[in-house]
Design a protein around this ligand. Structure first.
Ligand SMILES: [Zn+2]
Length: 211
């Protein structure tokens, strides 16, 4: 029987994952640098969205690659949709801070087109313009590359999204969630078979994958 408490990082939630980039309304713009050298540095995250008892929606890292059987990931097995997401790290030149921009997987192609022309990508300041009113499902963002000046990625702290913005849970924890409707809080003692302790030591990077 194992005694179990969460790793601290999992309890910080969204507050520890940096701030979010957003353009709120039609024709809003911002100047940013994407914090990547090449498209190879850009990674997607496959996640599930779950609703917690307080009504908050959170992302949970999917444990299954697209070609693996459903039972690799309890949330897949419970028919939660796999959502391929990009959490783009950027430096907002206007706000002077690192931010995360959540996008769907279609933005991989846009990022690839940009990175193919501007190399290293982070050296180019890009103006992003929103085309679409608040709430418009067809909203698009247009990239206008501006000046190129050298930028050192080591000068900024690039936030990790897995374990903060995206909850990083084991299969056991997901099964608990499916049963209880919640993830168990830090300090709560859960009785488990001892094998779950081994599962929990899986390094957080394992569930991360690129497209
Ligand atoms: Zn899954």
């Amino acid at each position: 029987m194992g005694v179990f408490s969460f790793d601290e990082v999992e309890n910080y939630g969204q507050s520890n994952s940096g701030s979010f980039f957003q353009l709120k309304d039609d024709k809003d713009t911002a100047k940013v640098r994407f914090l990547y050298n090449t498209i190879d540095d850009v990674q997607g995250n496959v996640v599930h969205q779950v609703e917690l008892p307080d009504g908050k929606k959170r992302y949970v890292n999917c444990l299954r690659a697209y070609n693996e059987p459903l039972d690799k990931c309890p949330l897949c097995q419970a028919q939660y949709k796999q959502l391929p997401k990009l959490f783009i790290r950027l430096y907002n030149e206007d706000a002077k801070e690192v931010q995360i921009w959540e996008r769907g997987k279609t933005y991989f192609q846009k990022m690839a087109s940009l990175a193919a022309r501007y190399n290293p990508l982070c050296n180019t300041v890009v103006e992003i313009e929103r085309n679409g009113k608040k709430g418009d499902q067809k909203t698009e963002y247009i990239f206008y590359p501006l000046d190129t000046t050298e930028f050192n990625l080591d000068d900024v702290e690039i936030p990790e999204v897995l374990g903060t913005l995206i909850l990083d849970k084991t299969a056991d924890e997901m099964n608990d969630f499916l049963q209880l409707g919640d993830f168990v809080d830090e300090g709560t003692v859960v009785q488990r078979p001892s094998t779950s302790e081994v599962t929990r030591r899986t390094p957080p990077s394992q569930g991360r994958r690129s497209f």
